[in-house]
Design a protein around this ligand. Sequence first.
Ligand SMILES: C[S@@+](CC[C@H](N)C(=O)[O-])C[C@H]1O[C@@H](n2cnc3c(N)ncnc32)[C@H](O)[C@@H]1O
Length: 354
Amino acid sequence: MLGPDGDFITMPEISQIFGELLGIWCLSEWMGAGKPSHFQLVEFGPGRGSLANDILSIHLHGALGGAAVSVHLVEVSSKLSQALTRDQSQVWARKDEPVYRQGTTTTGLPISWYRNLDDVPRGTIYLAHEFFDALPIHKFQRTKGWREVMVDIDLDEPGKLRFVIVPARTLASPQLIQAGEVRRLVEVCPEGGVIVQQLANRIAEDGGAALIADYGHGGTKTDTFRGFKDHKLHDVLASPGSADLTADVDFSCLIKMAGATVVCMGPVCQRDFLKNMGIDTSGKKPCVLLRKCADPSIKAELIQGYDMLTNPQKMGERFQFFTMLNHSRLTSPEQSKGAPTPLPVTSFSELGLS
Ligand SMILES: C[S@@+](CC[C@H](N)C(=O)[O-])C[C@H]1O[C@@H](n2cnc3c(N)ncnc32)[C@H](O)[C@@H]1O
């Protein structure tokens, strides 16, 4: 479970500023998509729903000029899906159906939960924050050829698990290794690749944009699979099912899977992304929340959150942002070269936000 009492904490749980700025991105991309009459927010792995909640709290309504807003969450954990609804009497649970839960958000918007993207209606804006790192990976090691690393029962120590190199090729070992791979150890996340392809197809056909934010690298890291329990590193093979397991996202792999159907931008580090979104908009004062805040203790909390989000020694450089956009979104020759150009966010007031 996530949160201060759980095994790990995520950015939306640290500071509301984070969700507010991602809301600016969503709005900016909705405008870039030609202001469609339906603003459909799709979030993967929302957990306790803090990010969607903060995005919806920035008074999108006024800025969206009458567009119909709906929220669609792809979440496997029905326990985590309990958040975000106004009250439980407003929820319709349909256990075995593709839409397994429906209701109304605290701000009065229709909200639905799904297990698979296939079941989600075609959308405009897709978000995945700390979702791809939670998907299962295959591990491979180069020996005489590529061999898959698997989990086995340790016969020397009953009750324990161990990693083993499979002596023969598995179905996955020739399929999932990229031609020209130079690393000795590789982690591959096929499920992540499939989801990115589905998203790319949707964006190419319908317009809109996707933002993927996660711990990750550009195809250089080797052994990133790790566990967290009670906010401390935890042996991934010890007491299975009791800890959070994660592996850094290989963004180079996602870019390959997206192909040329969409424009891929980034990854850029969190600090740069949030600055492009206007975290410093009002001089040195980070964002609207702080400007409006009169309570000194809340102010101190916001400043601490700002530091955590942007400081290169903290989360500022460890966390990466990657976007997929419809080709129509490109407006200048510079942008079409594929450089991670800052997206054209202007100011809060220009976006119609107070
Ligand atoms: C690390 S948590 C991130 C939660 C949230 N996005 C945040 O940043 O606070 C990962 C989330 O992805 C969900 N998840 C993991 N695998 C999934 C899958 N295959 N389909 C849908 N949700 C999944 C988990 O239940 C959890 O809510």
